[in-house]
Design a protein around this ligand. Structure first.
Ligand SMILES: NC(=O)c1ccc[n+]([C@@H]2O[C@H](COP(=O)([O-])OP(=O)(O)OC[C@H]3O[C@@H](n4cnc5c(N)ncnc54)[C@H](O)[C@@H]3O)[C@@H](O)[C@H]2O)c1
Length: 268
């Protein structure tokens, strides 16, 4: 069922890697809700060609961009405005990667070159995307920018490693840039703190399956799926959430406010 919530809106969607990706599900729903958008991902992530399927299904163009490269982002923003025929109404930053996690480096034994790389990709890229949009005056008034985060930014989950620090930084950027984007252009900026979700990035975290089942048992409503996340994200792109900005919004079935659940107690 669709409600035409995004009728006539133009967007840029970062991070659709395959059909499990949160960005993939969001793109499909945004299309169903009447939006037009450009899809983008890092050139290396496009080698598999999966994203072409999504582009076909949603009638979108693809513009490759490494989200850490200002040159790529300038090109992306300028071309998107051209292709879509006007300024942008919504942007989804659905990007995360830690080299330390990938290579199994423990949090107490980081390779700092990898730490910096992960920080740039997972956190600073959000600033770069917004700075490029801001400088190019590419956002429409009452536009909406969303990035995805995880609760390890507030509470420790040992295997989440340096991604926890990256997410804390990302959430802070949403507040800081949200202030200026709100004042200057009436654009809102928020992060969605999503349940653990079986995607390529999610499954890369050590012990992910245990993590997923634990969260499921701790959340009164159960884990939020990628599809649930797409649905929430679309509401944040719609005109019904115009005054929500600079927030970290938990989308986790109640996990973040649950001390313990009966199911978890019974395990002991
Ligand atoms: N899966 C989870 O459990 C979970 C939970 C909370 C938050 N998140 C966040 O959701 C977001 C989306 O992740 P996902 O779970 O859909 O996994 P995913 O692996 O499908 O998506 C991650 C995306 O980041 C892209 N990316 C990596 N480096 C990039 C670069 N330099 N430039 C541009 N794009 C780049 C990848 O190509 C990929 O498309 C991430 O921010 C992730 O941290 C995920």
């Amino acid at each position: 069922m669709s409600y035409n919530l995004l009728k006539g809106k133009r967007g840029i969607i970062f991070g659709a890697l395959d059909e499990n990706s949160i960005a993939w599900k969001t793109a499909k729903l945004a299309h169903a809700e009447g939006a037009t958008f450009v899809l983008t991902n890092a050139p290396v992530a496009m080698r598999m060609g999966e994203i072409n399927k999504l582009a076909e299904e949603t009638g979108s163009e693809i513009i490759p961009a490494d989200a850490t490269s200002i040159k790529d982002l300038e090109n992306l923003v300028q071309k998107s405005v051209e292709i879509l025929g006007g300024k942008i109404d919504f942007v989804l930053h659905s990007i995360g990667m830690s080299v330390n996690v990938r290579k199994g480096k423990h949090y107490t034994d980081q390779n700092y070159a990898w730490t910096e790389k992960g920080w740039d990709v997972s956190a600073v890229s959000f600033h770069k995307v917004m700075q490029t949009l801001h400088k190019n005056d590419a956002m429409n008034e009452w536009g909406s920018i969303v990035a995805l985060t995880y609760m390890a930014a507030q509470r420790t989950f040992p295997d989440y490693n340096d991604m926890a620090d990256n997410k804390a930084y990302l959430e802070s950027i949403a507040r800081s840039f949200g202030y200026f984007f709100g004042k200057d252009k009436k654009v809102r900026v928020n992060t969605i703190s999503q349940s653990p979700t079986p995607t390529t990035a999610g499954s890369g975290v050590k012990g992910f399956d245990g993590f997923l089942s634990y969260a499921e048992k701790m959340s009164p409503l159960g884990n939020a799926t990628a599809q649930d996340c797409a649905e929430y994200t679309v509401t944040l792109f719609s005109d019904y959430t115009k005054k929500v900005t600079m927030q970290n919004l938990f989308h986790d079935g109640g996990f973040s406010n649950t001390g313990v659940s009966q199911e978890v107690i019974e395990k002991f």
